[in-house]
Design a protein around this ligand. Structure first.
Ligand code: GLA
Length: 747
């Protein structure tokens, strides 16, 4: 039995595969009756052994079997790895092929396997990566169709130390005929029981990523998008957890799709309580024509196993996405503190106004100025000029290059807003190329924010946008781009694609988006890109590969942000969560919260400001200066530390979370109370992740406590007999209150 650095064991005789490290085991075999891969186990790491055939479960059933008089040869009663359709399994398949004769019956059987050192790249698609070959191994299992020359490669990667398996699939047409791929999920797995709750992130504009949790029922349950983007509605993520699982205890299986287009995450519980989980490109509205010698690569799914609750799963995702999804130079890097003029001026600004804001922001300690929407064409409201990326000389007499120069002279970096995928009717590009819009010319077109979506499935469109953006980027020094996308795709039709390839539009569109990102980053490798889609409409791992931070939500209200940031943190690291302090009354909610509360929430993200600093009082300016200097002192801890959620905003009036440094010598706690409580009960906040026998100094009160005591007893927030004074007191406080506590290990 070959032993490949102990990450992948293969029993050649029995055709069993065991991917394992200290954290996780993933085991499957080839079912001798169908020669299809049969799933045996996924979960906590278990000892390797010569064979795992004791995990094979069979129950003779007279239903429909592959072989005559063989009552245990039904695929319906086999736990599978990548099920097809058409023979004996009636559950939803992981793929569906349509053959030239019109049938959709597939019989793929095991052919061979290859072990790759490291992790092969996914052509044209974002994916997690390795820094050195020894860090991971990839098992490629090749299946061959018995009736055609079609091959399927199933890829499984395992890292040396991470509690996860990544999966993706590639279809190759080695035959002479065209086939149609109707359904091509990235993974499928059959769990032996259904004792799970399903967790997912649900939302809408201004209330993204709210956490939902429901027990599984028998039948099909799913989350999906058919909007052309991963969407505000369902993040491409779900988890299966045991009913007793909490934030810090219990089994969790997380599934996160590295993709930004239409997706599907589906769980089917069958009548024998087997739970089939699948994830990938949404098959609804998808069809891909696979010509001879062509291949189709699916996006990657990151499957995390956690034995330490939901928080354990999040920490695994955070570490992976910070270090092996985000790329140089921004991987595991702190982010600049920015100011964005959107909520300060909207479309109504002049260069003088911008410079006033920038100067004042610089004085406060801000590092990056971002000019948002309205700098190009004749864009004075949201009905004009998208697709015409030339400076508006009325607002900016010296153009972008002139403004960028002035901003840089102040000692600030300069960032610029683009919405490259969109077009308004009044732009020269639209006049020249009306056929570059996604629409069916013979049918009415729908309006979204007065704009249309450009056909990014067409490489010429991508070229044209690259050239326009490149012209701006070469002239002025641009350090950062906010890449927005403010409407979903309707009337999906491309004039470029033939009638029998229209089902490829959504996927080709997102490949076009990725290719533009790639080209810009090739040319401007230091560029920091923040993605945005009306806030969090496309906050997904696919885009994090190119844009290591994303605008979490257009909703900047501190109270709403508690829920949004809490939910988003289930999968995404704090260094990717765009978070700004904005003005009050808040523009989305009309709510007035204190400057303290607003900053205390925004600290747990990339951190920045989105208000007119020239309108602040001296007192407020001083507060902002103090906030920025505090953030600078703590951002390494925040952006690189280990995050713990302590109290959920979905369960009550209080929210709390904390970050602990990797060496456990520092920690920062955010504790928030939405409404003031009359005559309150005692309040203790149990902490997490602290070194048990380390003595920590608590800032601001100067007291010293051991990690063991803080982890098990917690911070006391009542005004107790020790008269901790104003900091600890919740009496006399108003609504929307926050506490920031810093712990430092005593040397
Ligand atoms: C979207 C973004 C906002 C802002 C506006 C500009 O709504 O989410 O942050 O950039 O567009 O039009």
């Amino acid at each position: 039995m070959p032993d490949n650095k102990n990450l992948i064991y293969v029993n050649e005789d029995k055709l069993e595969f065991h991917l394992t490290n200290q954290e996780v085991s993933y085991i499957f075999r080839v079912f001798e009756k169908s020669k299809q891969p049969e799933h045996l186990y996924f979960g906590k790491s278990i000892q390797n052994r010569p064979s795992f055939d004791f995990l094979i479960e069979r129950e003779p059933r007279s239903s429909i079997n592959l072989n005559e008089k063989d009552y245990t040869s039904s695929l319906e009663h086999t736990k599978q790895e990548y099920p097809g359709f058409g023979t004996t399994d009636f559950r939803y398949p992981a793929f569906e092929l349509e053959y030239p004769e019109g049938d959709r019956i597939s019989n793929f059987a095991y052919d061979s396997y290859v072990i790759h050192e490291g992790k092969p790249k996914l052509e044209g698609l974002p994916a997690t990566y390795t820094d050195s070959a020894g860090e991971a191994q990839t098992l490629e299992v090749i299946l061959r169709d018995a009736h055609s020359n079609l091959l399927i490669s199933l890829f499984y990667s395992i890292f040396e130390t991470r509690s996860l398996i990544t999966r993706s699939v590639k279809f190759h047409n080695e035959g002479k005929e065209i086939v149609k791929l109707n359904h091509a999920m990235s993974m499928s797995i059959d769990f032996p029981d259904d004792d799970f709750d399903m967790i997912h992130l649900n939302g809408a504009w201004a209330r993204e990523n709210h956490v939902e949790r429901q027990p599984l029922f028998k039948g099909v349950q799913s989350i999906s998008s058919a909007r052309g983007a991963s969407s505000h509605m369902h993040n491409p993520f779900f988890a299966l957890v045991r009913p007793e699982t909490t934030e810090r205890q219990g089994d969790v299986y997380g599934f996160s799709l590295v993709y930004s287009g239409n997706h599907l995450g589906q769980v089917e519980v069958d009548t024998y309580n087997v739970t089939r989980a699948t994830m990938g490109i949404n098959p609804y509205q998808f069809q891909w024509k696979l010509k001879p010698d062509e291949a189709f690569q699916t996006p990657e799914v990151v499957m995390v196993y956690s034995a330490t609750g939901i928080n354990g799963m999040s920490q695994t995702y955070h570490d992976l996405y910070r270090n092996r999804l985000a790329r140089e130079p921004w991987k595991n890097q702190t982010r600049p503190i920015l100011i964005n003029n959107w909520e300060a001026t909207y479309f109504d600004f002049t260069e003088d106004k911008i410079m006033e804001i920038a100067e004042k922001a610089k004085e406060a300690g801000v590092e990056l100025f971002v000019l948002d929407d309205g700098w190009f064409g004749e864009r004075n409201d949201d009905s004009s000029s998208l697709g015409n990326w030339t400076e508006n000389k009325v607002k900016l007499p010296d153009g972008i290059a002139g403004l960028s120069d002035k901003i840089h002279k102040l000692g600030l970096k300069f960032g610029l807003w683009f919405e490259p995928e969109m077009i308004n009717k009044d732009t020269p590009l639209y006049q020249e190329h009306p056929e570059w819009v996604i629409r069916m010319p013979a049918k009415p077109i729908s309006y979204g924010r007065n704009q249309f979506v450009l056909d990014f499935s067409n490489p010429e469109v991508v070229d044209a946008l690259f050239n326009q953006m490149d012209a701006i980027l070469t002239h002025g020094k641009i350090d950062y781009i906010k890449w927005d996308m403010n409407r979903y795709i309707t009337e999906p039709f491309s004039t470029l694609l033939p009638h029998d390839r229209q089902g490829e539009l959504y996927h080709r569109y997102i490949l076009g988006v990725y290719s533009l990102y790639e080209r810009l980053l090739d040319r401007y490798p230091d560029l920091l890109i923040e993605s945005c889609a009306g806030g969090g409409g496309r906050f997904d791992p696919g885009l994090l590969y190119y844009a290591p931070q994303a605008w979490t939500s257009d909703d900047t209200d501190a109270v709403e942000r508690l829920k949004i940031q809490y939910g988003t943190s289930l999968v995404y690291p704090l260094s990717s969560l765009g978070s700004h302090v904005s003005a009050v009354p808040n523009h989305q909610m009309g709510r007035t919260t204190s400057l303290d509360m607003r900053s205390a929430v925004a600290y747990f993200g990339t951190f920045g400001y989105e208000l007119d600093v020239t309108k602040l009082s001296e007192d407020e300016m001083n507060q902002i200066k103090a906030q920025i200097s505090f953030f600078k002192d703590n951002r390494r801890l925040i952006h690189e530390g280990i995050f713990y959620r302590l109290k959920s905003p979905f369960e009550g009036n209080e929210t709390a979370w904390m970050v602990v440094s990797q060496d456990r010598k520092e920690a920062l706690i955010g504790f928030y109370q939405v409404l003031a409580q009359p005559n309150p009960s005692y309040s203790r906040l149990k902490l997490a992740g602290l070194e048990e026998d380390t003595l920590y100094t608590i800032d601001p009160d100067g007291e010293e406590r051991y990690g063991s005591d803080l982890n098990t007893i917690g911070l006391l927030f009542s005004e107790n007999e020790r008269q901790r004074g104003h900091f600890w007191s919740i009496n006399g406080k108003s609504d929307f209150h926050s506490w920031i506590v810093k712990l430092t290990a005593k040397e």
